[in-house]
Write a protein that binds this ligand. Structure first.
Ligand SMILES: [Zn+2]
Length: 323
């Protein structure tokens, strides 16, 4: 593969749209970010994406003819055959809007769209913490808990584009209700909101001193919990230990089913680092079957917020190259 090819990657999120010119080896040539402004609708966003893309190409002194493809990433269930977002709770009015096709027409290049966590998984697999593996499970821990699966070098999307919804595997049959309609989902134990809820409960039931005590609802975030844990705060450490154990329970089931070579975990909550990863690994090893668990690594993501934009661009380039 020539390293000289460049592709435009666009990651459409609920609050921001990230754009980047990406080299075929995954390096970012140039990047920019604009607000999504969900309420103004996809047509208005398309205009702003076009404007920002042209500015990027100009700054990169890159004629649009030299761009090979456009790769988009979006939250939601994606129909990759028809290039459409079918179901996206954070981008309702954007569903079935032909964003990829319209961008492709505007630049005269093939454009394709991929689920954002699949794109992240692919980006991490090609150029990040999953490099060198054949199979990878990638999780993103934030408000929601998402997953992407790369098997034998290919994104596994499932029969209906819905594979990888690891946040909604059941870890407790009669657990608390989840927004998806089920109960006891993994997301309900390790999602950002529920980490905060766990901290609130522990502050009430555990009298030990803590830097988290006295923070108001807006200040008590997973990041604050992580910072306090890094300083040895006993309440914060206990909250992350419990969160990590729940994460490990979910990972053990996933390891038994998928037997991946590595599990990569990113997203804001993963910034808690070893305070979260250590109990997750320990629980995974204790619960998964021995062969699957023995050589399985659980590591932090390496590409940060760039993973999806890089992965989307590389996937789009692969499509053009017929692979
Ligand atoms: Zn759920």
């Amino acid at each position: 593969m020539s390293e000289g090819l460049r592709t435009l990657g666009i990651d459409v999120g609920g609050t921001a749209i990230k754009l980047a010119v990406v080299w075929s080896d995954g390096r970012l040539a140039r990047a920019a970010e604009i607000p999504t402004e969900v309420e103004s609708g996809p047509e208005a966003a398309l205009v702003r994406i076009l404007e920002c893309s042209r500015t990027l190409l100009r700054a990169e002194a890159m004629p649009s003819q030299s761009m090979r493809a456009i790769g988009l990433a979006s939250a939601g269930i994606i129909d990759t055959t028809r290039n459409l977002v079918l179901d996206a709770p954070n981008l309702r009015s954007w569903e079935r809007f032909p964003l990829a096709d319209r961008l492709g027409e505007a630049f005269g290049v093939p454009a394709s769209i991929e689920n954002d966590v699949n794109a992240m998984a692919y980006g991490e697999w090609r150029c990040g913490a999953g490099r060198g593996t054949h199979s990878l499970l990638c999780l993103t821990l934030g408000t929601g808990v998402g997953g992407g699966i790369v098997l034998d070098g290919r994104v596994y999307r499932g029969a209906h584009g819905g594979a990888g919804e690891v946040g909604h595997i059941t870890v407790e049959r009669d657990g608390p209700a989840c927004a998806c309609g089920s109960t006891g989902c993994l997301e309900r134990y390790v999602g950002a909101r529920w980490i905060v809820e766990r901290a609130v409960q522990r502050l009430e039931s555990d009298a030990r001193p803590s830097a988290l005590r006295g923070l108001d609802a807006a200040q008590l975030t997973p990041l604050r919990v992580s910072e306090a844990a890094a300083d040895g705060d006993p309440i914060a450490c206990a909250v992350l230990e419990e969160t990590g154990v729940w994460l490990g329970v979910g990972l053990a089931s996933l390891a038994n089913v998928l037997d991946p070579e590595r599990i990569v975990i990113g997203g804001g909550v993963a910034r808690a680092g070893e305070a979260l990863f250590e109990p997750a690994r320990r629980t995974l090893r204790a619960r998964a079957m021995s062969v699957q668990a023995a050589a399985l690594d659980v590591v932090p993501a390496a590409l940060g917020n760039d993973a999806a934009v890089v992965g989307a661009a590389l996937l789009a380039l692969e499509r053009v190259q017929g692979r």
